[in-house]
Design a protein around this ligand. Structure first.
Ligand code: DAH
Length: 396
């Protein structure tokens, strides 16, 4: 009987396909039989209890292990049975209550259960972890064949694009692009351009004045002051264009803005004539609006040129026959031009008997409006992204 009761202490360990007792049951029994004959009854009870504890723990742990469904379950199982405060630890601690002589064999039996539980648990945990990973991978799957999201890279403003185009066109005609200050002195903005001190343009109602007690400072009202700066700085031959911003104290409407862009042109040499001016402007119009375009000059007055003209290009939309865009005139006005006034040449140190030159100036927004049929000048400085979407031909 005793033999039978003790037998389960020899915990079975899986080895290959067969189960065999880890601790030789007979040996264990013989050991305590020999040593503890005096306290036979108590020892038997204690060992009996321990054997039952080990058995039931084994049964409980293994059956619970079979029912684990998730990684969380497996963590809980491990904590419950193998953790530092788990049932296995409690059992091992309980061995301390056995008589010293019985402890080694009982300890081996308990350790062997621990080993068995660990070995059986490991593959279960791995299987559950792998299952969870596969599930997560299929749920969070990234479809690498989807097209990427286009980053917002922005686009050049149509005025900038037009400036680039003009720089290229005039570059091919031998003009160099230069840039000048947007805050100018009265001397360059007016005096050197033959604009007298009492000219209405100098009035605060036309010009944005920079408050400076020592010098007349204005936001340049046109790009023409760079004519004077370029001529002062260099000896002819001179061929420059000056794209940039200009400012006027102006009530805003569809064709007026207080801030706008112009491009100035200047050529000074010994034999420059009005024909050169017309040829250059005609070529610009053809490059921008097509090879059939023609240029029209009509008399006009600007203090810094003599003779002065306003120039127009025949309407590309109706081919000059008259339409809504050209207001049925067949012509689109582009800007002012003329032969550099002798007073201007003299003021910047060049002899008008030796040198002649032509100059022109036109609004860049107006060119964009003509080219794309825009009918309100105010959209260019309105920072409305739809302008770029439409006129910069960029999808964003
Ligand atoms: N600066 C003039 C304006 O803003 C335009 C102009 C007219 C420029 C005639 C020129 C020119 O160079 O020759 O109205």
């Amino acid at each position: 009987m005793a033999h039978k009761r003790i037998a389960p202490i020899g915990v079975m360990k899986q080895g290959g396909t067969a189960w065999r007792p880890l601790v030789p049951v007979e040996g264990f029994f013989r050991a305590w039989n020999v040593l503890f004959l005096g306290s036979m009854g108590t020892m038997t009870d204690q060992l009996h209890g321990l054997t039952k504890d080990i058995d039931s723990l084994r049964e409980e742990a293994l059956s619970r292990l079979e029912s684990l469904q998730s990684v969380d379950d497996s963590v809980a199982w491990e904590r419950e049975f193998l953790g530092p405060k788990g049932k296995m630890t409690t059992l091992l601690r309980g061995l301390g209550g056995l008589p010293p002589e019985a402890r080694p064999a009982a300890g081996r039996a308990a350790q062997s259960l621990r080993q068995e539980l660990e070995n059986t648990f490991r593959p279960v945990r791995e299987r559950l972890a792998k299952g969870a990973l596969l599930q997560r991978l299929s749920a969070d799957a990234v479809d690498v064949t989807l097209p990427g999201r286009q980053p917002l890279i922005g686009a050049a403003h149509p005025v900038s694009t037009m400036i680039d185009e003009l720089v290229e066109i005039f570059g091919l005609l031998g003009f160099r692009a230069i840039f000048g200050p947007e805050v100018e002195t009265g001397r360059y903005n007016f005096d050197l351009l033959n604009i007298p001190a009492d000219h209405p343009a100098r009035d605060v109602w036309d010009t944005i004045i920079v408050d400076d007690p020592d010098v007349e400072l204005v936001l340049r009202t046109h790009t023409s002051p760079m004519q004077a700066r370029a001529m002062e700085r260099s000896e002819p031959p001179i061929r420059v264009i000056v794209p940039g911003k200009a400012f006027r104290f102006e009530a805003q409407d569809a064709s007026h803005e207080w801030q706008f862009s112009q491009i100035e042109g200047l050529a000074v040499d010994t034999h420059i004539t009005m024909t050169d001016l017309k040829g250059v402007l005609q070529e610009m119009a053809r490059q921008l609006f097509g090879p059939e375009r023609r240029i029209r000059f009509r008399c006009d007055f600007f203090p810094f040129v003599e003779p002065g003209v306003e120039f127009a290009v025949d309407c590309a939309i109706c081919n000059g026959t008259g339409c809504r865009v050209c207001k049925h005139s067949g012509w689109l006005e582009m800007g002012g031009a003329g032969m550099v006034h002798p007073n201007v040449l003299r003021a910047v140190g060049h002899d008008p008997d030796i040198f002649t030159g032509f100059a022109f100036g036109l609004g860049i927004e107006r060119l964009v409006m003509m080219k794309y049929g825009v009918d309100d000048l105010r959209i260019f400085a309105a920072t409305d992204i739809r302008l770029l979407r439409k006129l910069s031909f960029v999808a964003f």
